[in-house]
Each structure stands twice: as C-alpha cells, then as structure tokens.
Write a protein that binds this ligand. Structure first.
Ligand code: MGD
Ligand code: MGD
Ligand code: SF4
Ligand code: MO
Length: 703
C-alpha cells in the first residue's frame, strides 16, 4: 500500500499522519509533500478534515510543524561533547564512532551492574513505537533500571483507578450534548482546543459552563462562572459540593445503592465539609460553592446531563490523588452516568487495547527484577551514592523524548546531577535543549513527518497511524533505529531487534484494531458503549464506583477521599507568602516549540503574572524585572500585573528553556521534589515563593 492518499498535482501528494505531542487531542493531520529533484519536501501540515475530532483544524503550534522539522537549529549529525558539561560545546562525529563508544561505555558499566544505567524518557512523542517499543526491548535486554514515568498524570490516574477502576470516562464528543459543563483544573482553549469545540456546541444549545481554576485563563473568561480557588484545595470544594447534594437530597439513591460502595462512610465524611469550612480553605465565598452545588443538583432534579472535564492541573499538589478521587465520585451521586452526555472525563487512555508486552518485550528481562527509579526525583537520585536501599549509584543516563533539565522539579538539583563528570549521558534529540547541553553524546532524532508511528489518545477514543511523509533529514534517525543499531553494537542478537517500524506498528494493537482502516483513513474508532457506566459495570474489583477503597485502606491509606493540605500552604510561611503555579503556555507544548521563533514571538517572553494587590505591595509594575525565589533557588523574570492572577497566587506561565531565562533558570528552579499522596507524582503547583523587584538581596541559594 502506498502512503499516497491523493494526487493534488503533478508534483505534490498528501500523506496522513498524527500529531505526536503530549496533548489530549491527538489530531490526525495531512502533510502536503512536493517531490523535487533533491527529494521530497514537506510543504505544510494541516488538520485532517475527515477526522471528526480534529475537524480539519490544528492548533497554532502544530500548524507550523514544518517550521519545526526544517528548523535551522535541527540536530542533523551525531555530536560528541568537547567542553565542560552544560557548556553546549560539541564536535560532530560519525554514527559509527558514536555508537561504538557508547556501546563500549555501557558494556563496561553493565558488567559491574546494569542497574547503574537509567533510561529517562517521557512523552516528547506519544507514539507507541518511537516512545518505548525498541527502547523498551533494549533496556529490558540490558537489565537497566526501570523508570516510573510519573511526571504528568500518575496522581490523578491513580485517583481515578481507585475510584472508577481506570483511566476511563465519558466519550468526549458527547460533551456537546451536556447541559452543564464543569471545566475543572484545565485551560481547554490553551491545552485541549478540540474539546473546546464540543463545549462551544453545548453552549450554543444552552449549556451552562463553569470553570474551576485559580487562574483567570482564556477558558475561565469564556465560561459563565469562574471559581478561582487557591491551588490544592479542590478536594475541599468537591466534599462541600457533596455536602450540599446531601442536605438538599439531590441524590440518585437508586444509582448509589446499585452501583456504588462506601456511601454511608462518604456521606458521613462529606457532612463534615460545610460550604463555610471549605470556602475558608479554598479562599472563595461559601455562596459560590452553594451555587455550584445548586447547578449540579438541578441537573439531577431536571433529568439533564451534566459533565465534568478534569484535566491534570488540579493534581499537581500534595493531595492531587485525593482531589481527583473526590471529583470522580460526584457523577455517581447524581446518577449522571446514566446519560451519555453525563459523567466525568480525565483521560480515556485506558480504553485502548495496546499490547505493550509485544512492543516492549518484558520477557527479555529473563527473570531479572531491576529496581525502579521515579523520574520526578531525578535531582535527588542522581546525587545518591551506592547503598543497600538505593542500589548502585547512577553511572549512565540515556535520555529520549524528554527534556528533564527544563521540566523536572527542583532544577538546581537536576542540573547538579547532570553536571556530574562521572555520569555518562546520551541524549536522543531533535534540538539542542537544556538537557542536550549536558550530554556526552547527542544523537539526532527524526521528527514525526520523517518516521512511522501509531497512537492511542487520552482525550478521545480513536487510534491513529502516522506514516512518514519525507525521508529523515540530514543524518537523523528514528529513535527505533538508534536503539536497533545500539543493540547491534552491544551484541544483542535476538530477532526482535530486527523488527522494522511498520511491523512494530502492526503489533501495537494486534488484531484488535483494523490496520487496513488505519492505512486508509489514518484513524480507527475504538468500539465503545455510548454511556459506559449507565448500568454500573465499573472496571474496579467490585464493579462499582468505589467511594470507599478497600485497596487504599490495605495500603495503610485513607479509604475515603479527603482534603490534604498542600506541603506549602498559602499563608503558612511569612518568608514565602505567595503560591506559584506554572501551567502550560498556549503556544508551547511543555518545553517543546520554545525555540520556534514564530511561536515564541506570540508567547513573547517569560513573565510572572501577579495581581495588582500583590504587585503594589511590592512596588512592582508591569515590565519590571523581578526575582521570584524560595529556599530552593531564584528565577528572574518580567512581571505582568494582571487580573489573571488572583491575590495570593502568582503564575509563571510555560516551561521556557533555562538558557532563555534572564538568569539561566526557569520556573522549575523553584519547584520541589515532594511527591503526591497517590501515584508518586510531582507537585509543581504546590510551591511557595516570594517576589521582589530586582536587584534585591536574595537569600543564599540552596540547590
Ligand atoms: N498549548 C499547550 N497544550 C498542552 C500542553 C502545553 O504545554 N501547551 N501540555 C500538555 C500536557 S503535557 C498536559 S499534561 C495537558 C494537560 O495539561 P494541564 O496540566 O491540565 O494544563 P491546563 O489545561 O493548562 O490546565 C491546568 C490548569 O489548572 C490550573 N490549576 C493549577 N493549579 C490548580 C489547582 O490546584 N486546582 C485547579 N482546579 N486548577 C489548578 C491552572 O491554572 C491551569 O489553567 O495539556 C497538554 N496540552
Ligand atoms: N513547572 C512545571 N513543570 C512541568 C509541568 C508544569 O505544568 N509546570 N508539566 C509537566 C508535565 S505535565 C509534563 S508531561 C512534562 C513534560 O516534559 P517533557 O516530557 O520533557 O516534554 P517536552 O518539554 O515536550 O520535551 C520533550 C522533548 O522530546 C523531544 N522529542 C520529541 N519527539 C521526539 C522523538 O521522536 N525523538 C526524540 N529523541 N526526541 C523527541 C522534543 O524535542 C523535546 O525536547 O513536564 C512537566 N513539567
Ligand atoms: S498539539 Fe494538540 S491540538 Fe495541537 S495538533 Fe497536536 S494534538 Fe492537535
Ligand atoms: Mo503532561
């Protein structure tokens, strides 16, 4: 089957692909390719009009994907470090020289203990093949340490798994039919644009929109109500909402009796959460909670569907897992699941029949059980000596699809770890990121229009196929090919290291998704019921919605959801009185695209949003350079006095590259390596700071 789907003219044709980025929308796209004497050139990338969720539209970032692929600073040759770590000084080397030396170094370390080698990756590409397919085989065969990939979603994911049984929920398209949509901890317009299209349809049909977010985002502005609570107080709000449902008897007693467990216990807990008690914690008016409950309760009374769109914004705090659990309980209380346009959606990634064992081949561990290290504490872990508890000191890092020096918490320590002269570091990258600056070898990787991949999604329920539109640029290779060749240099001769990328794509879903449909249309819809839990049947051990979780209790944890105060609670420290959150920027994708000039021009420069009240108390005006600091470090940035920030909360938007920061840092210089209550996730939005005009006498900086 040829990758050409239509002939647009003599010289151009179109190839179907999928957006690789860590975004709930996983768009289907069409690349227009021109064939020239010098080879194929991708002219543009556009949304696939035939894919309903994409609707022919891409976000501003990926509409400029060719600018990324053909960027003058694309890494196109293997590089070897010649300057000190972090200096970014490299010379070009041949693939053969690089792979020979890397294999020799890894063999020496593995001969002592392969667990001293750590793969470090996340969702730079969400593709199942360029992410962990060949890489998983390689590291399993090697017996390297395993990585717990917690940096984004494990707290909420675990909260949902303990309550509903998995990352499952409403089908996104049915939000268009909801009568009340609560957007909770998500800036849909910025980071889930195609969901917002369904919200617009619902709004036109009369739905009420409520946004729950400390920041007055572009999404909050367009909703009918905005509840600007303090970061990390969502569980208190959810419990007080339950309180109101109980005292007004806006409860679906049948649904609760048939499809839920732990109601008497949850009822008792919720009755302790009066709106007044919660309002004091959330920093809002009790009236707002009562109104929210009224709107939610009235949907039950009137038999109308109400839907909650959670995203990951509210679970990046100490109690994030409990907060997600509390919200996951709400639809069952009013029987919202009975409607296909009712319920809650955090992620639908759990519905995809991905055959991870076929891709990553854990059997290659051959009985070995390597330790698991948490990616969210990489700063600490790189500084650990060998010990019985920790195991061997980390001697080698292989980083791909991730930029930890910019995105991992408490970067002062991450940088210190990556600076270790005795850690051998290889980075597979498309660009010279903050992390690549610390590599011994940088290996050039292809972009999405240069390789095969296959995708599940987390904001809709279609599988997608991505076919290469052009040949790899320069000497760049797909991650899979790099790991294949590295395997050969290590002497790994298992047949699975010869599987090509198309074979891997076919193995991802086996016969559970029709590969011919993917080849022809670029996407295939997973067959699912319209209203998955209308009759209960949750994928929990009890098949019920578990208000009370016996599994959590068995782990020594609270069996019921509760509000757990932040590690760093606003107002609790006089030295650092402001809570800082650092949510995604609209024109970047985490730290990706920061180097694409047109997008950076739209985003402007790094800023700290601060309320007029907090700014004037510090003599700060828009445009002033301020220093944002706490005991972990300092970040220098321009202030923007803005009503997007509520009093007591400052917003450092987007994960800028450190090297573009005024003092070579970004927001993560300030965040901590504390972990969430469930899922061992990071607490990016549980972070107290102080802000002063610069220059000031900042306290001595601890890493
Ligand atoms: N344009 C763009 N899109 C993206 C990304 C990006 O960087 N840029 N990142 C992608 C990734 S990796 C992810 S994980 C997804 C999801 O990314 P999310 O983390 O869900 O990001 P947002 O949709 O911005 O929603 C976060 C919102 O939560 C708010 N928030 C912060 N703390 C709290 C809190 O304690 N409670 C509540 N209720 N709200 C809080 C923030 O102000 C922000 O508006 O987005 C993806 N999409
Ligand atoms: N302060 C703060 N920090 C955060 C967050 C926050 O909200 N606030 N959000 C967190 C979240 S939700 C997430 S998911 C993480 C994300 O953090 P990361 O996983 O690091 O995501 P990106 O910043 O997009 O970086 C991905 C890198 O992968 C590279 N890449 C893309 N495709 C390929 C490929 O095919 N091959 C190779 N070799 N490389 C590729 C890109 O060039 C890019 O440099 O950041 C977290 N950090
Ligand atoms: S980043 Fe998200 S919205 Fe943009 S093209 Fe990719 S999947 Fe679609
Ligand atoms: Mo994420």
């Amino acid at each position: 089957m040829s990758p050409t789907i239509s002939i647009a003219s003599d010289q151009t044709h179109q190839t179907l692909g999928a957006c690789p980025h860590d975004c709930p929308d996983t768009c289907s796209f069409v690349t227009t390719v021109q064939t020239t004497a010098a080879g194929k050139v991708a002219l543009r990338v556009q949304g696939n009009p035939d894919h309903p969720h994409t609707g022919g539209v891409l976000c501003a970032k990926v509409a400029r994907y060719t600018e990324r692929s053909y960027h003058p600073e694309r890494l196109l040759q293997p590089l070897k470090r010649i300057g000190p770590k972090g200096s970014g000084k490299f010379e070009t080397v041949s693939w053969e020289a690089a792979l020979t030396d890397i294999a020799a170094r890894l063999k020496t370390i593995a001969a002592r203990n392969p667990e001293a080698i750590l793969p470090y990756s996340y969702a730079g590409t969400m593709g199942l093949i360029q992410a962990e397919a060949m890489a998983g085989r390689f590291f399993n065969r090697l017996g390297a340490s395993l990585l717990d990939r917690t940096i984004c979603s494990t707290a909420g994911g675990e909260g949902f798994t303990q309550t509903l049984g998995g990352k499952v929920g409403m089908r996104v398209e049915f939000f268009a039919e909801s009568k009340l949509i609560i957007i909770w901890g998500s800036n849909s317009i910025g980071s889930n644009l195609h969901f917002w299209r369904y919200v617009q349809q619902a709004k036109r049909a009369g739905a009420k929109l409520i946004c729950i977010d400390p920041r007055k985002t572009e999404t909050a502005e367009k909703c009918h109500e905005h509840i600007a609570l303090l970061p990390g107080t969502d569980a208190a709000l959810a419990l007080a909402l339950m309180h109101e449902l109980i005292i007004h008897d806006w409860l679906d007693h049948d649904y609760i009796a048939q499809h839920c467990i732990g109601w008497p216990e949850l009822r008792e807990r919720a009755l302790t959460w009066t709106p007044e008690r919660a309002a004091a914690i959330c920093g809002i008016k009790a009236e707002q909670i009562k109104n929210l409950a009224h709107d939610y309760g009235q949907c039950f009374v009137n038999g109308q569907p109400s839907a909650i769109r959670l995203n990951y914004g509210m679970q990046r705090v100490r109690g994030g897992g409990n907060a997600a659990r509390a919200v996951a309980c709400l639809p069952a209380l009013i029987g919202a699941w009975k409607h296909r346009a009712g319920g809650v959606l955090l992620s639908n990634s759990g519905v995809f029949p991905v055959d991870r064992a076929a891709l990553q081949r854990p059997d290659l561990l051959a009985g070995r059980q390597p330790r698991t290290l948490n990616m969210s504490t990489i700063g600490n872990d790189l500084m650990q000596p060998t010990s019985a508890e920790f195991g061997p000191r980390i001697e080698a890092l292989i980083v791909y699809n991730c930029n930890p020096v910019a995105v991992a918490p408490q970067s002062g320590m991450v940088v210190q770890g990556f600076s270790r002269e005795d850690v051998f570091c290889v980075v597979l990258e498309q660009f010279q990121t903050d992390t690549a600056d610390y590599a011994d070898y940088v290996l050039p990787a292809t972009t999405q229009i240069e390789h095969w991949d296959i995708h599940s999604a987390y904001g809709h329920t279609d599988a997608l196929l991505n076919r290469p539109a052009i040949e790899p640029l320069g000497l760049a290779k797909p991650n899979t090919q790099i790991f294949r060749e590295l395997a050969a240099h290590m002497g790994f001769d298992e047949a699975c290291f010869s599987d090509d990328d198309e074979t891997l794509c076919r193995a991802a879903f086996g016969d559970k998704v029709n590969f011919n449909t993917l080849l022809e249309k670029g996407f295939a819809t997973i067959a699912l019921p319209d209203a998955p839990f209308a009759q209960g049947g949750f994928p929990t051990p009890s098949s019920k919605c578990e208000f009370f979780s016996a599994r959590l209790q068995a782990m020594g944890l609270d069996g019921l959801p509760d509000h757990l105060p932040n590690y760093e609670t606003a107002g609790s420290s006089s030295a650092y009185p402001l809570a800082m959150i650092s949510p995604p920027a609209r024109n970047f994708l985490n730290s990706s695209f920061v180097n694409v000039t047109s997008l950076r021009n739209m985003e402007g420069e790094p800023v700290l949003e601060i309320s007029a009240q907090d700014a004037s108390a510090r003599g700060i005006e828009t445009g002033a350079v301020v220093t944002v600091f706490n005991a972990r470090g300092e970040y220098r940035v321009k202030a923007e006095v803005s009503d997007r920030a509520r009093p007591g909360v400052v917003v450092g938007l987007g994960i800028w590259w450190r090297k573009m920061g005024l003092n070579g840092t970004n927001v993560n210089q300030l965040t901590s390596q504390n972990l969430t209550d469930l899922g061992r996730g990071p607490v990016f939005y549980d972070c107290l700071v102080e802000v002063s005009l610069w220059p000031i006498q900042a306290p001595a900086t601890n890493p």
